[in-house]
Design a binder for this molecule. Structure first.
Ligand code: NAP
Length: 530
């Protein structure tokens, strides 16, 4: 597919722009402005895209499972059909290497196909049937049948660091469409062309499958104006967000303050504590240092799962390990960050940390070129770390803070102050006693959505068991995930149907179980009819 970028909003299948203000993408590797100005959506356009989504919802919620599967698979195919054009534009807008983007494109298509599989299998609707008992005393028992139903128009805010996997056709969009909802994307300002290309792919997929074009909209413009207008629109029923704590929290508060509050599924900052017990250091310090250096600096450290805080018991082995880690990180060249602003923010944040009394700088981190950055590493004792809240914060970039604790009790108590996270990792060796390992694991479990054993947290597998979520501030909704099969549950609500005749029920709840899915009937799992 060859696409001429038009810089407009996508509303009900039409590319329109009536506003005067525009934004232009910047190449972070060179600082050069990229072609095509993108018009900010006007208030009337925001209303039009949300009204179209609201109008089409009664249709999308009844689209059969088979056709939703077709749509998801068609979107994946249309993304691939964009070919190099998508990769080249995203590379120019984000500075991310083409190899990384190629991998992320595969993951994005796999996410769409994964949700197609989830629909095919069918048990995600949690069909639960309690049949009637008219003879029950003192009152007859009604027939009650419950299943998940789509929630309504979903607004998606993508992140800067994963322009594909958390972009216009990323996990939030895939799961919301899979559930039968219309989706409106607020395109990220830093990669508007990439977003537009995804818009063309979805339009092509909707046309190919004969589904309503109002099912997907895309608008450009600043988060504080266009984004907030989308969040406030009465048609919006839920928000999927990935990005900073500042913006996620602003949207969460705004959604709660609406006359009709709506859920916000925001995936925000995370420091991803990584604990290395003395037994692991004694056993394989060099291998851990090498793996950790890669994990901290992968993608210029701009991963929401980057291990930003490393906790050790401060014995001589640990001190040697820190030196080894610094050596490994020195060997990693400066990498272009997503924006020059992010480079500046990272420089300022790491410089501020290095000025704190008691903080030892192992690698200062140096800005290089328009937006590139070399790694930074500091070490601190647990008492100093606890006393300085700024050492607890995420620094978005290729850097980490090592915290040296007095002993295991101090380590557990210190890690507890690292708050809610997407991940927490633990490295152990044969010399670490099982009860102590268990205690640290239990501590980490309380603080993270995913606990990684003897591994590194970067790299999020797309599969049924994955949790990419966690307690606040990692997310605004700790009971769910933005990656993996469970993510679809964010964009549905359970509805119970009482004494409803079979013919009026969705296939999943009908007596004959025509889709042959797993259901609970009177408390027992079965695929049989009832
Ligand atoms: P962001 O600034 O939070 O932006 C994400 C989306 O939210 C964008 O579409 C943005 O629109 C919009 N937005 C920003 N402020 C808003 C507001 N007050 N109200 C409504 N919408 C708003 O995230 P980012 O651009 O991806 O990265 C910026 C920072 O976020 C990074 O420096 C990093 O610290 C953090 N980050 C964290 C993660 C993570 O998963 N932990 C991932 C990515 C980024 P505009 O761009 O138009 O403002």
């Amino acid at each position: 597919m060859t696409v001429q970028l038009n810089g407009r909003q996508l509303i009900a299948g039409q590319w329109v722009a009536s506003g005067k203000e525009t934004l232009t993408a910047l190449n972070p590797a060179t600082g050069a402005l990229l072609e095509t100005p993108f018009a900010h959506a006007t208030p009337a356009e925001v209303d039009a895209v949300m009204s179209a989504a609201q109008r089409v919802f009664p249709i999308t919620r009844e689209i059969s499972v088979e056709r939703r599967i077709e749509l998801l698979e068609a979107i994946a195919a249309q993304i691939m059909a964009l070919g190099d054009e998508l990769l080249q534009r995203a590379h120019a807008e984000t500075g991310l290497p083409l190899a990384r983007l190629t991998g992320e494109r595969a993951r994005t298509c796999n996410q769409l196909k994964h949700f197609a599989e989830v629909l095919r299998e069918g048990s995600w609707v949690a069909a639960t049937i309690d049949t009637a008992d008219p003879a029950r005393q003192p009152l007859p028992k009604p027939d009650l049948r419950r299943m998940a139903r789509p929630i309504g128009p979903v607004v998606v805010f993508g992140a800067s660091n994963f322009p594909f996997a958390y972009g216009a056709c990323g996990g939030d969009t895939a799961s919301a469409l899979a559930a039968g909802n219309p989706v409106v994307v607020k395109a990220h300002e830093r990669h508007p062309g990439t977003n537009e290309l995804f818009g063309h792919a979805v339009v092509a997929a909707l046309r190919q499958t004969g589904l309503p074009l109002e099912m997907f909209g895309l608008v450009h413009g600043p988060g504080v104006t266009v984004g907030q207008a989308l969040a406030k629109h009465p048609a919006t029923q839920a928000i999927g967000f990935t990005g900073s704590k500042r913006a996620g929290r602003a949207l969460f508060d705004l959604a709660a303050a609406r006359p009709v509050p709506i859920p916000v599924f925001a995936e925000m900052g995370s420091v991803n504590p990584l604990v290395i017990l003395p037994g692991a250091i004694a056993e394989r310090a060099e291998a851990i240092a090498a793996g950790l250096a890669q994990s901290i600096t992968m993608g210029a450290g701009q991963f929401c799962t980057k291990p930003g805080l490393i906790f050790l018991v401060g014995n001589p082995g640990a001190h040697a390990f820190v030196t080894q880690l610094a050596k490994q990180m020195t060997a990693i060249p400066a990498t272009t960050m997503l924006t020059a602003d992010m480079q500046k923010q990272f420089c300022a944040a790491t410089a501020a940390l290095q000025k704190i009394d008691g903080v030892r700088t192992l690698l200062a981190g140096a800005a290089n070129g328009f937006a590139a950055m070399s790694p930074a590493l500091v070490a601190v004792d647990s008492a100093t770390w606890r006393a300085h809240a700024e050492l607890h914060e995420e620094t978005f970039g290729p850097g980490a803070v090592v915290v040296l604790c007095r002993d295991l009790d101090d380590l557990r108590a210190t890690v507890a102050q690292a708050g809610g996270n997407l991940t927490a990792s633990l490295h152990t060796g044969a010399a670490d006693a099982a009860p102590e390992v268990r205690e640290v694991l239990q501590q980490l479990e309380q603080q993270a959505g995913r606990v990684v054993f003897n591994g590194f947290p970067t790299g999020v597998e797309v599969c049924a068991a994955m949790i990419h979520g966690g307690p606040y501030p990692a997310t605004s909704a700790p009971a769910t995930t933005s990656v993996g099969a469970l993510a679809i549950q964010r964009f549905v609500r359970p509805v119970a149907f009482q004494n409803t005749p079979d013919a009026y029920l969705s296939l999943e709840l009908q007596n004959a179980n025509p889709r042959g899915i797993w259901r609970t009937v009177n408390g027992a799992w079965t695929r049989e009819k009832c």
